[in-house]
Design a protein around this ligand. Structure first.
Ligand code: ADP
Length: 470
């Protein structure tokens, strides 16, 4: 029997209103999938200057939130979509050009964290459970457990915490964090203290009832020093309440059968449209369309291993690939990719920037997609590629390990260096064009990455936590 639950979901970004990465995709899709199963969801997020809401949220006034030794007002906006209620927290701290990247980010999100319960209470929403996400809301489990300056019903509420990326932890001075959050000094000796600094993510790990991360393999990896970014010891300490739940994919937004960015839609039974997409892609990037095409759609950051791909670039061309690159981020990598393209006219095309339409064309029009990540909590691009019949060639880590099956739906390589990547692209090149390759494409396209199953896992976890809290 399904127990229906009221869940307060706190997140620093949420699709379609704000986005810098995968967290926003999860915060957009998971509450909708849970609401579709009958649960009641309130998603609370900051009201950024760049908020994309048409019409704008309905402004319902101010609430006073505990902050920095007193109480300070924040604004509350609200809207409803797809059965989910959203509340946006307004304050001039969030009226900036970007979502993050400021020296006072921990202060800004401490304010947000303290506002979340007040805003929910203002809307008359008393949850059974609070779901916090990443460091931005990492102090929420501590604040709930501690109980001071909370609206009625909130002290002692159970929480779960999801780790989307361990690399970002929200560190600051201990004194300041205590002051912003209005916590007594004794807490400085507890989980928020990470070798003398305040650490929002570690605080969450200590005080929450259950910790999830976005793939089972990443859940195991972050307990090791190579992946734990200094928190591996804490993850080992809490491993009994740590579980990996794979993210789903928005299978409506990513559907080759109804993709308006493509010259012609296609599916596993009628893959002809994929050939047309390849023609359109190779024309657009002026690539040789007679060779297999290796696509890349990625943030250009150290995590993503694009430097390995760049170092392997000349040899990839010699192996017989044409390469279609789309990405933005690190300026040095942007230049290196442009240089690579300039060295190989007709064989390497690089577009620097964020381009939704071209991303769709690369997923559809490439034969294989390279994902050489050093670490990957879950990763969406390999799932998108598979759905589009494009064979992922990915590093054997995190969510890539859990979603790509070596030689069945793609290729996995272990060593994070150019030789590792070239080994896997070599295997793919040998299989390309064979019946085995065609079978792999079909198998990949038929994999089920929809959100329903993951949402069900979260619902079961909520139920378990709420039951044990009672
Ligand atoms: P992460 O969240 O770590 O960046 P994911 O693989 O989980 O990685 O998600 C990345 C998402 O962003 C995918 O939907 C991908 O298509 C998209 N994306 C990344 N870079 C670009 C770009 N330059 N242009 C368009 N879309 C991009």
């Amino acid at each position: 029997m399904v127990v229906l639950m009221r869940v307060l979901f706190a997140t620093s970004e949420v699709v379609p209103y704000s986005k810098t990465g995968g967290l926003a995709d999860v915060a957009g899709a998971l509450p909708r999938a849970l609401a579709a199963q009958g649960h009641e969801l309130l998603v609370v997020s900051p009201w950024y200057r760049s908020l994309r809401a048409e019409p704008a949220p309905l402004w319902i006034g101010d609430v006073d939130a505990p902050f920095a030794g007193g109480f300070e007002p924040v604004g509350v906006g609200t809207l409803e979509a797809d059965g989910v209620r959203y509340a946006f927290v307004g304050h001039r701290d969030f009226q900036r050009e970007d979502l993050y990247g400021y020296s006072d980010d921990v202060r800004r999100f401490s304010r947000f964290t303290r506002a979340v319960p007040q805003v929910a209470a203002r809307l008359g929403f008393l949850p059974d459970l609070v779901h916090a996400n990443d460091w931005h809301t990492g102090y929420l489990p501590l604040v709930l457990a501690h109980g001071w300056h909370l609206p009625a019903g909130f002290p002692g509420l159970p929480s779960i915490f999801t780790v989307h990326n361990v690399q970002y932890q929200g560190t600051s001075g201990l004194e300041e964090a205590l002051w912003w959050l209005r916590l007594p000094g004794a807490f400085a000796q507890e989980y928020m203290n990470h070798f003398g600094s305040a650490n929002a993510m570690q605080a969450a790990l200590g005080y929450t009832w259950a910790v999830t991360t976005v793939s089972p393999t990443y859940a195991a990896e972050i307990q090791r020093p190579e992946y734990g970014y200094g928190l591996d010891g804490t993850f080992r300490h809490v491993r009994d309440k740590l579980v990996g739940i794979l993210n789903g994919l928005d299978t409506e937004a990513w559907n080759p059968g109804g993709d308006t960015y493509l010259p012609r839609p296609y599916d596993a039974d009628d893959p002809g449209g994929k050939t047309e997409a390849k023609r359109a892609l190779t024309q657009r990037l002026e690539l040789d369309g007679s060779t297999p095409v290796l696509g890349v759609v990625s943030r250009l950051a150290d995590q993503k291993g694009i430097d390995l791909l760049e170092a392997a670039g000349d040899r990839l061309v010699r192996q017989g690939w044409s390469v279609a690159l789309l990405g933005s981020g690190d300026a040095l990598l942007e230049r290196a990719l442009r240089d690579l393209a300039a060295r190989h006219p007709g064989r390497v095309g690089a577009v620097i920037g964020f381009d939704e339409a071209l991303a769709h064309l690369i997923y559809a029009g490439s034969d294989a997609l390279a994902v050489p990540s050093r670490f990957e909590p879950c990763g969406l691009s390999q799932m998108i590629a598979m759905r589009y019949g494009t064979v992922p060639i990915a590093r054997d880590t995190g969510g890539l390990h859990d979603t790509v099956e070596h030689q069945q739906t793609g290729y996995l390589f272990e060593h994070a260096n150019p030789e590792g990547l070239l080994w896997a692209t070599g295997l793919a090149m040998e299989a390309y064009g064979s019946d085995r390759w065609a079978a792999m494409m079909r198998r990949a396209m038929r994999r089920d990455f929809s959100w329903e199953r993951s949402a069900q896992r979260y619902a079961e976890l909520y139920e378990g936590v709420v039951a044990s809290a009672r």
